[in-house]
Write a protein that binds this ligand. Sequence first.
Ligand code: 0O2
Ligand code: 0O2
Length: 225
Amino acid sequence: MGQWSLFLQPYKQAVDELKIKLKGIRSQYELEDVHTPVEFITGRVKPLASIYDKTLEREMVFEPSEQLAEEIQDIAGLRIMCQFVDDIATIVATLRKRNDLEVIEERDYISHKKPSGYRSYHIIIKYPVQTIHGEVTILAEIQIRTLAMNFWASIEHSLNYKYEGELPTEISHRLERAAEAAFRLDEEMSLIRDEVKDAQMYFSAFKETANRRYGNSGMKERRLK
Ligand code: 0O2
Ligand code: 0O2
């Protein structure tokens, strides 16, 4: 197990660093008072049990190795959630321009949804991690999706877990219909996007002025009146 801890350490560091860096994108947009394409970010190091499952699927030896680091590209995984579908392209363009990471592969499951109904944009990056023994370059996967795509994917993931990947036909069909409904929701939201963005900017400006004038608790008291 010690060997695995050592092997996974740079991945853990990469997830921690990338979470902070990606949250920085959101803060910068917020400071400039413009709509932020980043709603929230999550990240995780792939649990050993999932790494084990993947080595079985791919007929690989389950031990820390260069081959494993090359073939399992999502040992470090980040997920960026957005409000609108076109925020995804903004984030992808921003990531391609950064010089602290290198985008080496892109998979567009939005234009080409998976048979399950899954939609998301995946990017594989090379990311250098500084360790006490020098620089180690690791691969990480960044999944970028809307809140609606994320909602669908989390539900489908839990159901697949419950049924161990063998979803009853009835549930599969319902999930396909739910995926289409989520897609239509994204399309509808895109149509009123400018209206929503204006309302959000107006609301955050209002909150800031009110906070400055009355303080946080004063704001609450005023709302209760
Ligand atoms: P904020 O300002 O509240 O958004 P951490 O290490 O604490 O940053 P952790 O422990 O890994 O993050 O938690 P997780 O579950 O990965 O969530 C990361 C961030 O996403 C947290 O925000 C959650 O509040 C936020 N989050 C998770 N699910 C949702 C959701 O459905 N909607 C929204 N809007 N946010 C969600 P932070 O980091 O505390 O910052
Ligand atoms: P986790 O940690 O449970 O999310 P493969 O990994 O072999 O399936 P590939 O081509 O290596 O495929 O990677 P791909 O398809 O770009 O990304 C795989 C990851 O995308 C999965 O990771 C999921 O997070 C997500 N994903 C892909 N298809 C689906 C789907 O149909 N439903 C849901 N909910 N998520 C999907 P893992 O391996 O499941 O790990």
